[in-house]
Design a protein around this ligand. Sequence first.
Ligand SMILES: Nc1ncnc2c1ncn2[C@@H]1O[C@H](COP(=O)(O)OP(=O)(O)OP(=O)(O)O)[C@@H](O)[C@H]1O
Length: 287
Amino acid sequence: MSAPHPRDKRTPDGRGVPDGTRAPDGTPALLDVRELTVRHTGHGRRALPVLAVDRVSFAVQPGETLALVGESGSGKTSSAMAVLMLRRPESGSVRFLGRELTTLDEPELRTLRPALQPVFQDPYGSLSPRLRVRDAIAEPLRVQGRWDPLTGPARVAELLELVGLDAPLASRLPHELSGGQCQRVGIARALACEPKLLVLDEPVSALDPSVRAGVMNLLTELQKDLGIGQLLISHDLALVRHVAHRVAVMRRGRIVESGTVEEVYAAPAHPYTRELLSAVSHAPPNS
Ligand SMILES: Nc1ncnc2c1ncn2[C@@H]1O[C@H](COP(=O)(O)OP(=O)(O)OP(=O)(O)O)[C@@H](O)[C@H]1O
């Protein structure tokens, strides 16, 4: 048997240990996920349950982007949905802002949800077709009871500017926007809640390649300015290399390797990571 790679932090049973659960100064992580297991009940009479996520551990610090990468079906979205508590995990722990989310009921979760915001893949599907941009951005504030008719419109204008959209767009409906503009509105909605963590599930993969970099750069800039943590789900390893700080590689519901982007891309320890990365270096630009 070959000697273990120096960066191989896996336990002998191959389950892996939490990576980055503490900041260099010792403060606990913003998000600390341990031994997360998600099982989907199959559809139909004879369908078998699917073990989508199998005892996965990872952590995100404030101001940091952790990317979960891996091929289709590896369990990335199931992990994200469990972190968001939109799908209850079968077992494991999800600590966010020091609270254990898995033991909270829905009213308790509601108080934490503003701090934990998703941005999904489909920019049009994430917005109500009947809400004008200004109302779409105001909606989360109204839902949280934080809408002030005196200051609210200025806050909406500020959020539009923050995501790089011109003020006249405020009166448009989603179908009058491009995909990139729509995704920026989705990001503004998420920011309205003043989140501590964004869960970005393939946030640019449905967009035209020409606008992807602009939206990703926006997310990176916002993170720098606002200190938001990001859990980025992506199958695009070229993009991850540019925007993430750390990366966890998922395969068949497990994390097979994790580390800083520099470490993993320069010297992948796991054969599966090497396979994924070799496809990137042969991919045409902008794919
Ligand atoms: N609602 C569901 N019901 C049953 N099985 C599901 C459900 N959602 C996902 N799965 C299964 O769970 C496994 C993990 O899927 P998941 O969507 O989490 O992976 P993924 O890495 O995000 O893939 P993709 O990149 O294609 O979205 C797959 O086998 C998938 O078929």
